[in-house]
Design a protein around this ligand. Structure first.
Ligand code: SAH
Ligand code: SF4
Ligand code: F3S
Length: 443
């Protein structure tokens, strides 16, 4: 009988990418992916602790596994990711059904962990790894050759961890100090991925533009090299930090066709007082200057962002600066979050003094304003020709193909016989909420 493995994933692209790798390792061990948890003999939960909400979901999900484990005592349950790294042994005490817990630094030891669990060991694998040398090859050589390609898209981790100290953020605690891989290793992985069908690459890191690959070799040099690889159609990266983003990078983005004209640049808050309390180390004006320069160079560039409402001490007039920023920049996409106290962070010692109702109210005002801005922006694209990279067929309607514009808007192209990974021109015919509809454009 085929053995199956199920992985439930919460959190960011880092976690999605780690999940892909776990599936690849499990495949090597003879496990095929299961559609649902109840047909699996190994279940992994890849967790996120960035806010209370995703963390709570982890515990509810583990709760749903109790009847399964009761029926199948041989079922192996492992918890990965940021909650696992932070909670360690305590999680084993709290959740008797969990066999092992492991942090991101131990990802590649998964086969060893499963073997240990089969022998009845219950263990937390949360020790930090240290790698030799100025750059740290945290992706083992064997995996550099086998980087995961999903359709025509692939993620490459260029750094892990974060050396910033944003007051609200748990990530430096769960992912550790920032380390960068060597350019050689990244380029080798990228080459392999393109050979295996990748057309769009994403460079991943908590703060990608602080990447350091050696003396005189930073994010600019890496972006420059990767974007010139043969066979690559599109290059994206996430997330840059506004303080480390610069006009040289904007120039490179403007001149290099493969670098997508989309920047995800989290601003978090519009008020300088709040930015300071958050320890973001830049002012709103500095942020806006960088955005203005980029727009001047690339008028059609799309900029998306993250923001937090209700950070401790945020007054109504502070919050209005956040709304001002939305109107000023006109982001293509906004991911707004209610502030959530994370134990162990600097902000946890501040009074969480914006009421829940006020946070909800501010969040609703952000969403309402952004919906209006987005509607206008989508309407303005009707009639334009967009370059679309096709992801695949529409899941329900034949003769339609889903993809993304260069600026990362969702788009559906009406056409026959397209292929995933194909780059086509499409003329936008209608704006439908959060996606665009288009016809194939043949000049
Ligand atoms: N490394 C990325 C962000 C990772 S976390 C970066 O710096 O851009 C993703 C987003 O979650 C952050 O941008 C922030 O908006 C939000 N976030 C992080 N900690 C939070 C907290 N304690 N409460 C609410 N939102 C938070
Ligand atoms: Fe967190 Fe700030 Fe690092 Fe992003 S840059 S992961 S928000 S500490
Ligand atoms: Fe969450 Fe960890 Fe990513 S806390 S956002 S999964 S780095």
């Amino acid at each position: 009988m085929t053995r199956k493995a199920y992985i439930k994933t919460y959190g960011c692209q880092m976690n999605e990418h780690d999940t892909q790798r776990m599936h690849d390792m499990l495949k090597e061990m003879g496990y095929v992916p299961a559609e649902t948890a109840d047909e699996a003999s190994v279940i992994l939960v890849n967790t996120c602790s960035v806010r209370a909400n995703p963390e709570n979901k982890v515990y509810s999900f583990l709760g749903t596994l109790r009847p399964l484990k009761a029926r199948m005592p041989d079922l192996i349950v492992g918890v990965a990711g940021c909650v696992a790294q932070q909670t360690g042994e305590t999680l084993l005490d709290r959740e008797p059904l969990v066999d092992f817990v492991f942090g991101p630094d131990n990802l590649f030891r998964l086969p060893e962990m499963i073997e240990a669990a089969k022998k009845g060991e219950r263990r937390a694998w949360t020790e930090w790894q240290s790698w030799e040398g100025p750059v740290k090859e945290f992706v083992p050589d064997t995996w550099v050759e086998q980087g995961h390609v999903e359709g025509s898209k692939a993620y490459i981790t260029i750094t892990k961890g974060c050396n910033n100290h944003c007051a609200y953020c748990i990530v430096p605690h769960t992912r550790g100090r920032e380390v960068s891989r060597s350019p050689e290793s990244i380029l080798r992985e990228a080459h392999g991925m393109i050979d295996r069908g990748a057309r769009e690459l994403w460079l991943l890191g908590q703060n990608v533009n602080s990447y350091t690959g050696g003396p005189e070799y930073g994010f600019y040099e890496l972006l420059d090299e990767v974007s010139r690889l043969d066979g690559l159609l599109r290059l994206r990266f996430t997330s840059p930090h506004p303080r480390d983003w610069n006009n040289r990078l904007a120039d490179l983005m403007a001149e290099r066709p493969t670098i997508c004209k989309h920047l995800h640049l989290p601003f978090q808050a519009g008020s300088d007082a709040v930015l300071k309390a958050m320890r973001r180390r830049h002012t709103l004006e500095e942020y806006l200057d960088k955005v203005r320069y980029l727009r001047e160079k690339i008028p059609a560039v799309e900029i998306s962002t993250d923001l937090i409402v209700g950070f401790p001490g945020e007054k109504e007039e502070d919050f209005e600066r956040t709304l001002y920023t939305l109107r000023e920049v006109r982001f293509s996409q906004v991911f707004p979050f209610k502030y959530s106290t994370r134990p162990g962070t600097r902000a946890a010692s501040l009074p969480d003094d914006v009421s829940r109702k006020e946070k909800e109210d501010r969040l609703a005002r952000v969403i309402a304003l952004q919906d209006k801005i987005n509607e206008e922006a989508q309407e303005a694209l009707v009639g334009t020709v967009q370059q679309v990279l096709i992801d695949g067929p529409h899941p329900r309607i034949p003769g339609r193909w889903n993809g993304r514009t260069d600026g990362y808007r969702s788009i559906t192209v009406v056409a026959d016989g397209l292929n995933p990974g194909e780059l086509v021109d499409a003329k936008v015919t209608a704006a439908r909420g959060h996606w665009l509809q288009a016809d194939l454009h043949r000049p």
